[in-house]
Design a protein around this ligand. Structure first.
Ligand SMILES: [Zn+2]
Length: 260
């Protein structure tokens, strides 16, 4: 698209001047089953209701370009590199992550790839300045994917299974804004409990898929047949039509930032 190509050169010049702001977005997924006892305990009545019809329009983006109302995206021509902190990982975590990455990459066309392990700890108080200094999980650095605990990341307390999201680099014009980094923090002990339940592997994998979908730019939707519903549903373990349509749009932007 001519418009995209025109913007490309401008985006590159802006990048060289470094005159951009960086900000992170983190959003969470909740496992309702962990809430005490009652109707919402795993497998009981709370999960018995009918799922709504699947809906190819049931997707939402974390951020839109103000002028065009198109989604902010990662550069689809570069791999999204991920480093993994396995300190609190459940058994089989490598398989979970590999399978989730394969699904997100396949659906979006974006290339997520694990490039190594890290001892970098999640830092929920990370500042914008740190984000710019190239630490993992930050802008201009690999995504930090950490198996961790609520002691380290307080947002994981209670029923929250994971939080994830991209770091945004704002361009001087809104349509050059893009994602350049990010983080995913998963509650390792909680996922270990999930893995011991019926169909636990698929459910745990869907939680990883949900957070990776946040990382590439999807927001929550109300349609509970989608993996991007805000609460885990053990009957919804694969991306549905809305999820897939949203992911496809996030990876279909051509190469607006790499090709001038
Ligand atoms: Zn979420």
């Amino acid at each position: 698209m001519a418009g995209a190509l025109r913007r490309a050169g401008q985006g590159r010049r802006r990048g060289e001047r470094g005159s951009t702001r960086v900000r992170g977005l983190l959003t969470a997924i909740v496992v309702v089953l962990a809430v005490g006892v009652g109707a919402k305990v795993w497998g009981l009545a709370g999960w018995e209701g009918d799922l709504p019809p699947d809906d190819p329009t049931a997707y939402a983006f974390l951020r839109l370009h103000e002028r065009t109302q198109q989604p902010v995206v990662w550069d689809p021509c570069l791999p999204i590199q991920v480093v993994v902190n396995e300190k609190s990982a459940p058994e089989g975590s490598e398989t979970l992550l590999a399978e989730a990455i394969a699904r997100v990459s396949e659906a979006s066309g974006l290339r997520l790839e694990v490039v190594g392990a890290t001892l970098e700890e999640p830092d929920p108080e990370r500042t914008a300045r740190e984000l710019r200094n190239g630490r993992p999980g930050a802008g201009r650095a690999p995504v930090l994917f950490a198996w961790t605990t609520p002691d380290v990341v307080p947002r994981l307390e209670g029923t929250v299974a994971g939080v994830g999201g991209p770091v945004t680099q704002f361009g001087n014009r809104s349509d050059t804004t893009r994602y350049i980094g990010g983080s995913v923090y998963l509650d390792g002990p909680q996922l270990a409990r999930t893995l011991r339940r019926d169909n636990g592997h698929a459910v745990a994998r869907s939680i990883v898929m949900h957070e990776l979908a946040h990382l590439v730019g999807l927001d929550h939707v109300e349609n509970t047949r989608q993996v991007m519903a805000p609460k885990v549903n053990p009957r919804v373990t694969e991306f549905a039509m809305g999820d897939l349509a949203g992911l496809r749009r996030l990876g279909s932007g051509g190469c607006p930032y790499s090709v001038g």
